[in-house]
Structure formats: C-alpha cells, structure tokens
Design a binder for this molecule. Structure first.
Ligand code: FES
Length: 181
C-alpha cells in the first residue's frame, strides 16, 4: 500500500541524496531502517533488509525509495539501486496483489506449461510482464525452475505453489484470485 502521509524532507546522510529530497517512507519505516545499522557489522549488509522494509510499505521499490534507503544508511545510492534492480524479489514498478510466475523449464514444458501460460493470459486478459487493470494480478514472468518438477506443470502465486496444473485448474485459480485480491 502506498503511504498516505505527506512527503517531508529527510536529513542528508553520507553518500545519500541532497538535503530537501522528499521522503516517501513513513517515520516508522525510516526508524526501522536506521535501526538496521546496529544489527549488522557492516552497513552494506543492511541494504537488502532495508529494501525489504521499503517494499513492504510501498508495495515496490521506486527509485525515490532506493535513494531514501541509501540516505538513511549512509551508503551509495547507486549501490542500493543496483541491488534493488538485481534481485528478483524486489519490484521497481508497481505490481498486483497476486504475483504469478509460471515455470517454463524442461519438466514443466513437457507437461504443458505453454498451454498453462496461454490460458492464464487469456483468462487474465494480459500478457507476461503485465498487471490487470484493477491491479489485482501481475503475470510477472516465466521462471526457469520452481524446484517443484515432480508436480509439473507448476506455477507460483506469491509464495504459494500450484502444481499439476491443467487449463481447467487455471480457470478456477483465476476466479479465486479475482475474488480474494
Ligand atoms: S521444471 Fe518446472 S518446477 Fe522444475
């Protein structure tokens, strides 16, 4: 959820943004990020945890949030941005409430993952990389292996695995997602 508090300047930190840059994180998240500095022997080790906190609050990590994290930790904003864009668990664009990833590796491909993906696109009315207009579902990407090869074809919705998928199961899943998100 996007924070509703009005942007306020946050104090400059070494290696961070210039003074007066508007803050987009809440005071609670900013305090939690600052507290991380005492938790790790090296402040660089706190960056992923700080990005996680930012994403938990906003739903994704826009460039402004990366810059704010850098300022609060006193590290290079370029380094923070590079980590936010490198790790697939961080999103730099808004995503839906449900994030769907479809395995497209060998076992799943042999068991029909292409048909599963096509049915998902048809039911959701979007293609891979897109989010439904109501913001409920992002069909994020195909993925190389979900380590659920015994349940091929497999897909993941957020942290929940769905295995031995059929086109009929996809239709039911999309109905569920539309109800619950
Ligand atoms: S190949 Fe699909 S889960 Fe491993």
């Amino acid at each position: 959820m996007i924070s509703s508090h009005p942007p306020a300047p946050f104090p400059p930190q070494e290696g961070g943004e210039p003074p007066g840059t508007p803050a987009i994180l809440s005071d609670a998240t900013r305090d939690a990020i600052i507290a991380l500095k005492a938790k790790y022997p090296k402040v660089q080790s706190a960056i992923l945890d700080a990005l996680r906190l930012a994403q938990e609050e906003i739903g994704y990590v826009p460039a402004e949030a990366s810059a704010e994290v850098a300022a609060l930790l006193g590290v290079s904003p370029h380094h923070v941005h590079s980590l936010a864009t490198f790790y697939t668990m961080f999103f730099t664009q808004p995503v839906g409430t449900a994030i769907v990833e479809v395995c497209d590796n060998l076992s799943c491909a042999l068991w029909g993952s292409r048909r599963i993906l096509a049915r998902l696109e048809q039911e959701l009315g979007i293609t891979v990389g897109e989010t439904t207009p109501d913001g409920s579902v992002t069909l994020l990407r195909t993925i190389e292996c979900l380590a659920a090869c015994g349940g091929a074809p497999a897909l993941r919705v957020n942290t929940t695995y769905h295995e031995q998928m059929t086109e009929e199961k996809v239709t039911e899943l999309v109905k569920e997602l539309r109800k619950t998100t």
